[in-house]
Write a protein that binds this ligand. Structure first.
Ligand code: SAM
Length: 253
């Protein structure tokens, strides 16, 4: 089958990704719930609990989009430590996604604080962010959309302070053959239809499914993280829901 996007050249990927997220921005949150049956919320909660940020943590949330990770982080700091000194910079390449994010935070108490800053920027070249300036760097379901993963990783390494932690939440490869065939069926047959029905945009969700297929396996991605200079603990990642998603983490030591 020709899935339409399979042969997009590298030079056009950034443009395509830009169109995809501009198209889906207003429906993005609803679609996440629909496609994952709400499970992405559990993954994100678990991601924040794995991070377990201490009081005053400075987070750079790259490809932060509509702000799920930023929101989870600030809520965690407040609920667990009563901490309102933690700070986040939410960075995304797409102004439409950032607009949806800003609007969402406008309706929360965080709006009146200086805890959040929004920034437009490219994960591959964080030109506005100084070196050694953050405690934690997160990228959730974002690195898959970037053209050069190695550049994203080396920028992450640069902006983290020594001792800082890189954390990535991303789709992975499912090892179990039975689960894998069900998952593939769901991905290729159901998700584009959901995209069509809910967001009137089949192509963007076709892109989503393909980008998941093309992203490296957990062990290959871990090798890239290590090659950047990060130190990983144990095998370097944790599978979520049979490996449909995974948390990768590394320290700048
Ligand atoms: N982190 C959010 C979450 O988990 O809900 C948003 C994830 S969304 C699937 C992917 C985001 O990556 C989009 O908002 C998109 O604009 C952004 N993005 C894509 N390429 C990027 C790049 N090169 N630099 C920064 N952000 C990028």
């Amino acid at each position: 089958t020709n899935f339409g996007f399979k042969y997009v050249p590298e030079s056009m990927k950034e443009k395509l990704v830009g169109q995809v997220f501009t198209n889906v921005a207003s429906k993005y949150d609803v679609m996440n719930d629909a496609m994952s049956l709400g499970i992405h919320r559990l993954w994100k909660d678990y991601f924040i609990r794995t991070m377990a940020p201490g009081p005053g943590t400075k987070l750079l949330d790259v490809a932060g989009g509509t702000g799920d990770i930023t929101m989870g982080f600030l809520n965690y700091c407040k609920e667990i430590h009563g901490d309102t000194s933690a700070q986040v910079t939410l960075l995304d390449i797409n102004p439409k996604m950032l607009d949806v994010g800003r609007e969402r935070f406008n309706k929360t108490p965080y709006n009146q604080t200086s805890q959040i800053q929004f920034e437009i920027g490219n994960a591959e070249n964080l030109s506005t962010i100084s070196s050694n300036s953050f405690d934690v760097y997160t990228i959730a379901f974002g690195i898959r959309n970037c053209t050069h993963i190695d550049r994203v990783l080396s920028e992450a390494y640069r902006v983290l302070r020594p001792g800082g932690r890189f954390m990535c939440l991303e789709f992975g490869k499912v090892q179990n053959p039975i689960i894998s065939s069900i998952y593939n069926l769901y991905s290729f047959q159901i998700i584009p239809v959901l995209g069509q029905v809910i967001a009137a945009d089949r192509d963007s969700y076709q892109y989503l499914v393909e980008s998941i297929q093309r992203f490296p396996s957990q062990d290959k991605f871990t090798e890239m993280i290590k090659d950047t200079g990060f130190t990983v603990i144990d095998k370097g990642w944790e599978d979520l829901t049979f490996g449909i998603a995974a948390i990768h983490s590394g320290f700048k030591l």
